[in-house]
Design a protein around this ligand. Structure first.
Ligand SMILES: C[S@@+](CC[C@H](N)C(=O)[O-])C[C@H]1O[C@@H](n2cnc3c(N)ncnc32)[C@H](O)[C@@H]1O
Length: 272
């Protein structure tokens, strides 16, 4: 893991990034698809997928917008972005000008802004890049610092270790400038303060059993964040035990709810 790269993003350079992106797409894509269905992404829309990661949402936007649409997928590291037909651009959303192809009817970012200390300024820049009447959809997690509750399958010692582990991951991300809790706490207000209209937030919470994509993500975090976890007192034995817990089919735990917050830029003339 590199925490001292150009951006403070905690997961750059980690060899497990491919697995991480795959697990989080499997875990989160159904919720994002539901959000897009509720929003009604129109055929022919010009879309910008920010921090596109593995590209699953850029591909989904391509399917929704059809041949008349346009999808620009940007990331600070596009080496893993697979989205045939989309324009894939290396781009730092904190400081680069909006990519060509705008103004956009839809801009979407998932699990990106929580990692960036400049998140409020980024929202204002994204609003500037929207067409009149365009929609900004930001998805984060409603993270709590006290760790995820275990539902089934482990004794009290394992449940306590798992809870301490998930709480420590939140602390580690916060130490490098992320604010994993902002999705539930500040995102909605930040969208309203950026003059977006009809701002709405939906939380979707799910449980995951051992071996499922949510549990795989915990396993991956034990490897990606091994060094900072060790600095917080976790031994390699503890981390191996977290991996065993997360692979146990009898285990289940809640994941933090996916927060989907959507707002619309005023139509030309300031109308809704
Ligand atoms: C947790 S991953 C989420 C990937 C994807 N949005 C998803 O939900 O499947 C965060 C993504 O944000 C990207 N990222 C981090 N800092 C960025 C920045 N300053 N500008 C653009 N993308 C950035 C990372 O490279 C990574 O692909």
């Amino acid at each position: 893991m590199s925490t001292a790269c150009e951006t403070q993003y905690a997961f750059h350079g980690a060899v497990e990034v491919n697995d991480q992106l795959d697990a989080l797409e499997t875990m989160l894509d159904p919720g994002t698809a539901e959000c897009f269905r509720a929003q009604g992404i129109p055929a022919g829309a010009r879309c910008w997928e920010v921090g596109a990661g593995g590209g699953s949402i850029a591909r989904h936007l391509m399917a929704l917008t059809g041949p008349g649409g346009r999808v620009v997928a940007t990331d600070i590291d596009t080496s893993r972005t697979v989205a045939p037909g989309a324009e894939i651009l290396r781009h730092d959303v904190r400081r680069d000008p909006a990519p060509p192809g705008g103004p956009f009817d839809v801009i979407h970012a998932r699990w990106v802004l929580m990692h960036l200390p400049e998140r409020r300024a980024v929202i204002r820049r994204l609003v500037d890049a929207l067409a009149p009447g365009g929609r900004l959809i930001i998805e984060e997690s409603a993270v709590t610092s006290d760790g995820l509750p275990v539902l089934t399958g482990s004794g009290p010692a394992d449940a306590d270790l798992f809870r301490r582990f998930t709480g420590a991951v939140v602390r580690i991300l916060a130490d490098v400038g992320a604010d994993p809790q902002w999705g539930a706490r500040d995102l909605h207000a930040a969208m309203v303060e950026s003059s977006l209209q009809d701002v709405q937030s939906i939380h979707r919470a799910e449980s995951w059993t051992g071996g499922g994509p949510g549990s795989r993500l915990h396993d991956i975090h034990t490897r990606q964040l091994r060094e900072p976890l060790r600095s917080l007192g976790f031994t390699d034995g503890d981390l191996a035990r977290v991996r065993r817990i997360a692979a146990d089919p009898g285990f289940s735990a809640m994941w933090y709810p996916l927060v989907s917050t959507c707002g619309r830029k005023a139509a030309r003339g300031g109308q809704h």
